[in-house]
Design a protein around this ligand. Structure first.
Ligand code: SF4
Ligand code: SF4
Length: 354
């Protein structure tokens, strides 16, 4: 294991060095909040943030993505031959992308998304190319928001499992460890200094202190073993969903929601096929071409979102729930819906017969 150290005052210099090899993305201040986005030539990530309003999901699964462009020539006259339709795939960017300051649980969310975009039968070339080439320079979260419950979701503020480097704030410096060959390459490009083995203990102490400060986490053990139909038929759904306005904010801010729509935009003979984020909270999402909608009512869409996250996903993949506990859906919901309360309600003994 290689340990590293970086004085905070040297962060800008390290990022300037890294930019010679990598395109960089990181947290930047936006008014009173932070966004996680690509950095401009002179921008330095603001590693003093807690949680970004939107997750870094957009960097691996863009909210609007051209899949390909095409040309469908107009039919020629009888005497002429109509040119063949043509199709052009977008080129992938050349410089590898490094995400500097990504939270460990947001990096874990990329692995949950991967279960949908990179399967045994199907590989989404756009997602896979980004997933395989990006470097994740994680930043442990030592001051988590009160809405964060990531340790309950099999990850947490110091989870190393999906990172190439883990950094942690320690006074006027960052200390860290290199976890993969990709991390080695980034540390060399950024000129991080080597640190001593005592860094392991310092990081472990920070982790222990941070995790001790978390409020009791909601448990979903009984949801995992319950019958899906029993949960679906739970009589609490309408009251749980009572204040929800089906705005979709929770789905767009969630790092693990992967629903999308495909649309063609054409002008004359040319067109582009786009993939766009979609939200299961909207009425149109589940509308059939016949006009029938199996989730016409708001509470039915609400129930589907939580059944997918807490039960269907868990049953299908066997990797826990489809949630990393970032808390974004809690802090951004205009109706104060709190996923921890939904988990508690569904996990109740009397609601979930075993
Ligand atoms: S953000 Fe809140 S109100 Fe909006 S769809 Fe989600 S749960 Fe409903
Ligand atoms: S469901 Fe909520 S808490 Fe869980 S990952 Fe999505 S936004 Fe974060």
């Amino acid at each position: 294991m290689t340990f590293i150290t970086l004085k905070k005052e040297d962060l800008g210099q390290a990022m300037a060095k890294a930019k010679k090899t990598y395109a960089l993305a990181g947290p930047v201040r936006d008014g009173n909040e932070h966004l996680f986005r690509r950095l401009g030539p002179d921008e330095v990530p603001d590693l003093s943030y807690t949680c970004t309003r939107l997750s870094p999901k957009e960097l691996i699964f863009p909210r609007t993505e051209p899949l390909f462009q095409y040309r469908v020539p107009a039919r020629a006259g009888k005497e002429e031959t109509t040119p063949s339709p043509s199709l052009e795939a977008p080129s992938f960017e050349e410089a590898p992308l490094a995400l500097v300051g990504i939270r460990p649980y947001d990096a874990r969310a990329f692995d949950l998304l991967r279960l949908n975009f990179d399967t045994g039968e199907y590989k989404d070339p756009y997602f896979v190319q980004r997933y395989e080439t990006m470097t994740r320079v994680g930043l442990a979260e030592t001051r988590p928001d009160p809405t964060n419950f990531s340790p309950a979701c099999g990850t947490g503020p110091f989870d190393e499992s999906c990172l190439d480097i883990l950094l942690a704030e320690a006074g006027d410096a960052f200390i860290g460890k290199i976890l993969t060959p990709k991390g080695e390459a980034f540390a060399e490009a950024a000129g991080f200094e080597k640190g001593g083995p005592e860094i392991e203990e310092r990081i472990a102490a920070l982790k222990q202190k941070t995790e001790a400060g978390f409020p009791p986490s909601p448990s979903f053990d009984r949801i995992l073993i319950a019958d899906a139909l029993d949960l679906y038929n739970n009589t609490d759904w309408e009251s749980l969903a009572f204040s929800c306005i089906n705005c979709g904010t929770c789905t767009f801010s969630c790092p693990t929601c992967w629903c999308f729509d495909i649309q063609d935009e054409m002008s004359g003979e040319e067109g582009v096929r786009l993939r766009l984020w979609d939200s299961c909270m909207t009425e149109l999402y589940s509308a059939h071409a016949s006009g029938h909608n199996p989730r016409q009512k708001g509470f039915q869409r609400f129930r589907n979102r939580f059944m997918h996250k807490l039960k269907y996903f868990a049953d299908k993949y066997g990797q826990g729930i489809m949630c990393v506990g970032c808390g974004r859906c809690i802090s951004s919901c205009p109706a104060n819906i709190d996923i921890r309360q939904i988990i508690q309600t569904l996990n109740r003994e009397e609601a979930v017969p075993c």
